[in-house]
Design a protein around this ligand. Sequence first.
Ligand SMILES: [Zn+2]
Length: 95
Amino acid sequence: MFIQKCKSCSTQFKWTTILKSIWSGYKPIECVNCKTKHYPRLISRIIIAVCIPSPLLFQNFLYNSVKLNLLLVYFIWVFIVVLVSPLLVRYFIKE
Ligand SMILES: [Zn+2]
């Protein structure tokens, strides 16, 4: 897992740039160096969309085994997903 680089000049995108792009509705990002526009791949959006609600599938297990506050667990989970989401998203250049 790594943060994506620009496909045309290999400038590393900033974590904050990608984070903003994702959480403002998967906006395309522009390379600061060569101004090439990069669009998020659909598969990345699916992965994040699946990750976010996944603890709900295990809520019985979590409740019975860990006895933790589920809401708290869920908030921590969402926080982690948000933090790592720039590592999960892949971008492509539209021809
Ligand atoms: Zn570039």
